[in-house]
Design a protein around this ligand. Structure first.
Ligand SMILES: [Zn+2]
Length: 162
């Protein structure tokens, strides 16, 4: 079994129209997510890897929360852009999200690491779109369930009813 990965162009209005109708977001939301995720890269603290990542989250209420990677001299302590953004969002009272966008300076688009996929799983429905932008405005979009199949989530820990 292999997953067919399509790459689209954010500058192609037909691609964007197809994406927005398939994933239930507006063209304006798509464009804002792209712009904010790309802009968030400039806030990255990545003196070691020099690999900038920006993330932007769209909440159900229509708010956008951005984040970027924050590295550390003790390398494993560093945090990815996605987890920085979700941490900010959750501590600001947002716990429901409509879409997640990430942007990097490479091509093809980079996807969230395994740890971030699980972190996203805590707060997003399985059909939440994750939009991954490359340095040229090309993007891949997948639902969370496609990035993290057979996942373990909050409902897995619900106590049994006695
Ligand atoms: Zn990550």
């Amino acid at each position: 079994m292999s997953l067919q990965i399509e790459t689209y162009s954010a500058d192609d209005s037909a691609h964007v129209a197809q994406t927005t109708s398939a994933y239930g977001i507006t063209a304006e939301q798509f464009s804002t997510l792209r712009q904010r995720a790309v802009a968030a890269k400039s806030t990255a603290y990545c003196p070691y890897s020099k690999f900038r990542v920006g993330a932007s989250l769209l909440t159900h209420e229509g708010a956008y929360i951005d984040g970027a990677n924050v590295e550390n001299a003790a390398y494993p302590v560093g945090t990815c852009a996605e987890r920085v953004a979700f941490g900010k969002a959750v501590t600001e009272g947002h716990k429901k999200f409509k879409a997640v966008a990430v942007a990097t300076d490479i091509s093809p688009p980079a996807s969230p690491c395994g740890m971030c996929r699980q972190f996203i799983r805590e707060f997003c429905e399985l059909d939440t779109p994750i939009i991954m932008f490359d340095k040229d405005g090309k993007y891949v979009i997948l639902k969370l369930e496609q990035l993290l199949p057979l996942s373990f989530g909050p409902e897995s820990l619900q106590p049994a009813i006695a």
